[in-house]
Design a binder for this molecule. Structure first.
Ligand SMILES: [Zn+2]
Length: 403
């Protein structure tokens, strides 16, 4: 064991004096005691107070070179204020009450966790994975700025299945900046209500549009909490519904087709659903042969192709006229899946046409999905949604400073 005077510079805790530093290859122990020349003051009323009790406590600190385990033993005081008749405790600066580590060590762990999986921290520091996770969460919760809720204009709400079971979480992000604003368990009414309950009525009044999936419980919640916000159904979801209808037509035609006609329908599912400009020449030829052989599939395809025009309109009024014609045409085909789709479009026309005005897409949500997959892989898992929320928000924030 040896002691070196210049090491003292590393342990500058104002109000505490270093009694001893012991360093061995395995551990360094730094002993601090309270500077007796300093008076203590009540933190509540700033009056001079008396010491009621002294105890020795310890906290882990940053490694010193090759010495990974550094322990600070310090005198912790319990003070008593006669003025306001209250007890209070005094710790060296940078060590919180009941903390097993200095704040600068927790900041260090938090900085590491930004770039490496949390379960790799024990390779570098003498702490467990769960301790690393707890410290990371604690520092992030203190450090990360709250989401900007004052300038929200467009929100995107989505449900995401988590883990392996049938569990879901509800995600709310800022449709313009991509900032994640809310994560909650489930995909029910309450999962979104808890978001609106965080907002003031002034913040809610600024929201002009809310992008959501077509089905689910979110529509009713938005109507209730943000009645002035226009609901915009996700464009890709609508297109997905139409593709499902087209595929149903294909399958029902397959069932009815003779053995000879079946060979035209066989293997055409993706040719029918893909955008025409993505098809190779031979695939176009296959489709052309199919259309020759089956008029109903051809008609369904023309409808699908025409529907894409909807998204190119700039004025909602003209888009609405187009939609009227399209719905009428779809109904005339008497193809059940398409008639059903057309009726649904008619029913949801306001939410579909709202897209023309707001151009809300789920691209920001796609980016979010990639982020979340990466974070979950880094051993953070889905169990602690509060931690997951902080880890996602951390992606957009500057690094936590080293103390
Ligand atoms: Zn007091």
């Amino acid at each position: 064991m040896s002691s070196h005077p210049s090491l003292r510079n590393l342990f500058d805790f104002s109000g505490w004096v270093i009694q001893q530093i012991q360093v061995s290859p395995a551990i360094a122990v730094v002993k601090l005691y309270r500077d007796k020349r300093r008076s203590i003051y009540c933190p509540h009323c700033i009056r001079k107070a008396s010491i009621n009790k002294k105890t020795m406590q310890s906290a882990f600190d940053l490694p010193i070179g090759p010495v990974n385990l550094v322990q600070i033993l310090y005198e912790s005081l319990q003070g008593y204020c006669k003025g306001c008749k209250r007890y209070f405790s005094i710790h060296p600066p940078g060590i919180d009450s009941y903390a097993h580590a200095t704040r600068r060590l927790m900041h260090y762990v938090c900085r590491l966790c930004r770039f490496m999986p949390v379960d790799k921290i024990p390779v570098f520091l003498p702490i467990s994975t769960s301790t690393a996770r707890r410290w990371d969460k604690r520092i992030l919760a203190q450090y990360l700025p709250d989401p900007d809720l004052d300038n929200l204009r467009i929100i995107l709400v989505d449900e995401k299945s988590i883990g392996s079971g049938h569990q879901y979480m509800t995600v709310v992000i800022n449709g313009e900046t991509g900032e994640v604003l809310h994560l909650a368990e489930g995909k029910k009414k309450a999962s979104l209500e808890s978001f609106f309950q965080k907002l003031t009525s002034k913040q809610i009044s600024k929201i002009t549009a809310a992008g959501i999936d077509r089905d689910g419980a979110y529509k009713a919640v938005i109507r209730e909490y943000a009645p002035d916000a226009q609901i915009v159904f996700d464009k890709f979801h609508i297109v997905g519904n139409l593709n499902t209808a087209i595929d149903e037509v294909r399958r029902s035609e397959w069932r009815k087709a003779s053995k000879e006609d079946k060979r035209f329908i066989k293997g055409q599912r993706y040719n029918l659903l893909r955008n025409a400009h993505n098809l190779k020449d031979y695939q176009c030829d296959e489709l052309a042969a199919l259309f020759e052989a089956n008029e109903k599939i051809f008609e369904a395809y023309l409808l699908k192709d025409a529907f894409a025009t909807l998204w190119t309109y700039v004025r909602p009024k003209w888009a609405s006229k187009f939609l009227d014609n399209w719905i009428e045409w779809a109904k005339e085909t008497e193809l059940d899946p398409l008639v059903r789709f057309a009726k649904g479009v008619d029913r949801d026309r306001n939410e579909i046409l709202a897209w023309i005005k707001h151009r809300v897409t789920s691209a920001k949500l796609e980016a979010f999905n990639a982020t979340i997959a990466r974070i979950v892989r880094r051993a953070c898992g889905y169990r602690d949604l509060d931690y997951l929320y902080l880890k996602i928000r951390q992606q957009a924030a500057p690094p936590v400073p080293q103390l």
